[in-house]
Design a protein around this ligand. Structure first.
Ligand SMILES: *Cc1c(COP(=O)(O)O)cnc(C)c1O
Length: 478
């Protein structure tokens, strides 16, 4: 369109309706009911301002000033603003404990406990026996000690906080001995040397990257030594000519020299996972029995609970940790405690754990189950993607995630999408990945070997029905 003359422009501007008049229309009263007057008013003013700018450029239609048109565009803007940024997705990455997708999913018992904690007052810090002020740790330290064999326990925001607090409380301006083979970096800027300096402790490295001996620890102990610390090498393995000193080997030295051993176990598992065919991980109980004075571990990794950091061990050391001012800053909220207790309760019936603990149920799903789901979903996804893509049912490997060895893989099944013409089609695969990621409940897969892989391990029945509806266009893709 060409530029408008000033006469035409004035005539156009005169067509803009009065805000008050539009606001009292039935359409806008309905919007006001849903979103509140101030948001709707701001939305309408914005829409009219945009129209005026467009009119000056000769690009506005008088028809879009009609009330139903205005209501449609203002309503759409308001609905977009109101949509939560924090959303559910489908985790088809094949990584069960995916840190970026929220790690462990909680069992029903934990969900209802959280709902209660959110909607009803609780005895969070109130001792029901004495009627006096209580300590929030008292709600769960007993069951944690029962399951780990420790004397005492405390809970903080996450395992990084647990390590930071332990070092801050027990080793300020003192030395902490760590093997060079265990100076780990966990994703997201958790590095042992950095945590150490943040906590005001001095790192005393011993041994070499591949080999550390008991005498390395022995020779490093001096008057300024506060702790010997072992760190689970969660995300890598050193193989070949190696030597690591176990907790059991360190324990006699620790007792003889009076230097406690703290172990950062990372993914703190409470039961022997090999009984379900999963990789071997030292349990917290075994680590305590081997002689660790303190163990720190995550609540939302293999334990299968909410984000939390658990510190268990010797009563005197836990008492010192609980007295440190950082404990107050790193403490957990009531929702975490509400969710953690029922998860820990499930461990009292280990025979039923693989059924009832969501994380373990997902980790132990047989490949056949995923294969059957893949066969049901194949035609649905094929119809959605169209002829340019070829959707196949194929075996693949899932990962545990979150600090279990990346080499420990679990046989699974899923859908693999490639270009039907046999070409690599990197850009089209990325485009399809983006479409799936843009759905109302985003579908997150992974691109590997010129294919888009959707591992169905983490898709249980209710989610499968929802995914089918969404892929068939009944779930509201946008
Ligand atoms: C995962 C991990 C951490 C960090 O735990 P968060 O709960 O994520 O804070 C620390 N140490 C080790 C060895 C880990 O595996």
């Amino acid at each position: 369109m060409s530029d408008v003359t000033s006469v035409e422009l004035r005539a156009l501007m005169a067509r803009v309706p009065s805000v008050e008049q539009v606001m009292t229309s039935a359409d806008f009263l309905a919007l006001t009911e849903a979103f509140g007057r101030s948001q709707v008013l701001a939305g309408l003013r914005g829409a009219l301002d945009n129209w005026r700018v467009a009119a000056q450029a000769g690009q506005a239609l008088v028809a879009s000033l009609e009330v139903p048109q205005l209501a449609l565009s203002v309503g759409q803007g308001l609905r977009e603003r109101a949509r939560a940024k924090f959303r559910s997705v489908f985790n088809l990455t094949g990584t069960v404990l995916h840190t970026n997708l929220g790690r462990a999913l909680l069992p029903d018992e934990a969900i209802s406990a959280v709902v209660k904690a959110l909607t009803q007052p609780s005895n969070l810090e109130f001792d029901l026996d004495t009627g006096k002020r209580g300590d929030r740790d008292d709600l769960i330290d007993e069951i944690i000690c029962e399951l780990t064999g420790a004397e005492a326990a405390t809970v903080v925001n996450n395992n990084a906080a647990a390590v930071l607090l332990t070092l801050s409380a027990l080793a300020p301006r003192k030395e902490v001995i760590v093997s060079r083979g265990e100076l780990v970096e966990i994703g997201g800027a958790f590095r042992i040397p950095d945590i150490m300096s943040r906590a005001g402790a001095k790192l005393r490295e011993v041994g070499t990257t591949n080999r550390t001996h008991l005498k390395d620890y022995d020779e490093a102990i001096g008057p300024r030594t506060a702790l010997m610390m072992k760190v689970h090498t969660s995300n890598y393995a050193i193989s070949g000519f190696t030597k690591e000193v176990s907790v059991a080997e360190l324990a006699p030295l620790s007792r003889a020299r009076g230097v406690p051993v703290a172990v950062d176990l990372g993914s703190g598992t409470l039961v022997d996972l090999t009984q379900w065919g999963l990789p071997r991980e030292a349990t917290v109980l075994e680590t305590i029995l081997a002689g660790a004075d303190l163990v720190t571990f995550s609540g939302d990794k293999l334990l299968g609970g909410p984000q939390a950091g658990l510190i268990v061990g010797r009563r005197d050391l836990i008492a010192k940790i609980k007295k440190h001012p950082l404990k107050r800053a790193l403490r957990v909220g009531k929702l975490t405690l509400a969710a953690l207790e029922p998860v820990l309760q499930l461990y009292r019936a280990p025979e039923m754990l693989a059924e009832r603990l969501t994380t373990l149920r997902l980790l132990t799903r047989p490949a056949d189950v995923m294969r059957a789901a893949a066969e049901r979903l194949q035609p649905v996804l094929q119809r959605m993607t169209g002829e340019r893509y070829e959707v196949a049912v194929e075996p693949m490997f899932s990962q545990i995630g979150s600090g279990a060895l990346p080499v420990d893989v679990l046989p699974s099944y899923g859908l693999v999408v490639r270009m039907a013409d046999g070409k690599r089609g990197g850009r089209q695969l990325l485009a399809l990945e983006k479409v799936l990621r843009g759905m109302s409940r985003p579908v997150i897969g992974r691109i590997a070997d010129h294919a888009l892989c959707l591992d169905l391990r983490c898709l249980e029945a209710a989610d499968e029905a929802e995914l089918v509806a969404q892929l068939s266009g009944r779930g509201g893709a946008q």
